[in-house]
Design a protein around this ligand. Structure first.
Ligand SMILES: [Zn+2]
Length: 102
């Protein structure tokens, strides 16, 4: 199912981590599509919940014990839209209100 509206650079969306947690993200690139029914592919800068997310994503090694300040954001390329909010997909923030508990 295609997105209800076209994403543009600078838009705020949600990205779903492998843990199913939703994180805010900014659209940094939109891939043009000739087919309107195709899902929108975008590159994102995703804002993390500090060490909690960084450890899970293996950005930090050894549980983060030997690291300093965890990264506050990660770059995630070519993310596809999914209204249902499946892992490693993006959606509009108002499409998941009430379902984002962490
Ligand atoms: Zn969400």
């Amino acid at each position: 199912m295609p997105t209800s509206r076209d994403p543009h650079k600078g838009d705020f969306v949600h990205y779903v981590l492998p843990s199913n947690a939703h994180r805010p993200a900014i659209v940094v690139r939109v891939f043009p599509s000739e087919d309107a029914a195709r899902m929108a592919l975008i590159d994102l800068t995703v804002f993390l919940d500090g060490r909690n997310d960084a450890v899970e994503l293996l950005v930090l090694r050894d549980g983060g014990k030997e690291m300093g300040v965890p990264p506050s954001s990660i770059w995630v390329p070519q993310v596809s839209y999914e209204m249902a909010g499946g892992v490693t997909s993006w959606h509009w923030p108002d499409e998941c209100s009430g379902h984002d508990n962490d």
